[in-house]
Write a protein that binds this ligand. Structure first.
Ligand SMILES: [Fe+2]
Ligand SMILES: [Fe+2]
Length: 328
């Protein structure tokens, strides 16, 4: 069974005021039309993968004896499969974004926002196309990670449009941008680099759209609705962060284990080796910190502050999560 349904009690809103009331959104819509690109022709798909899609040497787990005892061919295959797993999560996220953008066309109360969301629907379909095509060239598509699945379902099933905007346009898009930048910096394959550059340009527009549409909306919420939105934003942030304790990652996106299991490489033994080496544990923590800093310091914290969802009431939660210290 490849189809999974989610009940979404969404209110569809007509807007019969056809004047442009939000010129900034109108400009964003113009940019979206101008910046359309075609996955089939923008890049040359005929060329072979030009380098390792992911630099596994950067991963502390690949310093272990278990990893080093693998043949070069097995190491290369693991690298390809690991990249395919990570890109598969991007792909599932893109399908989620496609569906949520379509929901926003329906539920956003203002026509200018509906039109921006409609342009985004096409962008997200293009991203699905790009990742699907690239992953199948590389290896195979892996199932959705349970954490990502929970996040997407929470956003999709919400009956209000403001949490959808916050969950998708700010938090999930922010996560996507950080993950794409991270992968872009690591990949040795030119085709993947080019694709990510095209996609990141679209995604930056989507965060801009979310911020513009939400700014006024948040101010108009009743105190109870506002609190609920603050709670939702924090819960979504909490879900996306990976915590590493004693060299073992917990929470976050951990289903990559299936790649090791599939190749019968004992990930448990690798982790045991890791636990005994302070240097590797520190390196892994440093890597998580670098990613979380890209996600929270560069993207999420400024957006949440601007929207006043990070405020005196919610600040202690973010402090406890450790993301405000990253910015210090
Ligand atoms: Fe996207
Ligand atoms: Fe997007």
């Amino acid at each position: 069974m490849t189809q999974h349904s989610i009940k979404t009690p969404l209110e569809s809103v007509f807007d019969f005021d056809y004047s442009v009331r939000f010129p900034q959104l109108d400009r964003l819509y113009e940019n979206a039309k101008r910046d359309q690109w075609n996955v089939s022709t923008a890049v040359n798909w005929d060329r072979p993968i030009s380098g390792p899609p992911l630099n596994m040497n950067l991963m502390p787990i690949c310093q272990t004896q278990v990893y080093r005892s693998l043949s070069q061919a097995r190491q290369d295959l693991l690298g390809r499969k690991f990249a395919a797993w990570r890109l598969s999560q991007f792909l599932h996220g893109e399908q989620g974004a496609l569906m949520v953008a379509a929901q926003l066309v329906d539920a956003a109360p203002d026509l200018d926002a509906k039109m921006c969301a409609a342009a985004q629907v096409m962008d997200e379909a293009r991203h699905v196309e790009a990742f699907r095509k690239y992953i199948t060239k590389l290896d195979r598509i892996y199932p959705i990670d349970p954490t990502l699945d929970r996040l997407l379902r929470a956003v999709m099933a919400h009956e209000r449009w403001e949490p959808k905007y916050t969950g998708m346009q700010i938090i999930t898009e922010g996560l996507a941008i950080a993950a794409f930048r991270f992968m872009h910096a690591q990949t040795g394959d030119e085709l993947l680099k080019e694709l990510l550059e095209y996609i990141m340009k679209d995604e930056a527009r989507h965060v801009g759209f979310g911020m513009l549409a939400l700014r006024d909306a948040v101010r108009k919420l009743s105190p109870t609705e506002r609190k609920a939105l603050e709670d939702f934003a924090f819960a979504a942030c909490d879900m996306t962060i990976t915590k590493v304790t004693d060299g073992v990652p917990r929470d976050g996106f951990l289903s990559y284990h299936q790649v090791f299991d599939e190749m019968e490489i004992p990930i448990g033994r690798m982790r045991e080796e890791m636990r005994e080496n302070q240097g590797w544990k520190d390196a892994e923590r440093a890597m998580e910190k670098q990613f979380n800093s890209m996600l929270f310091v560069d993207t999420l914290i400024p957006c949440l502050r601007q929207l006043e969802l990070l405020n005196t009431r919610t600040q202690p939660w973010y402090e406890q999560l450790g993301v405000l210290a990253l910015a210090a």
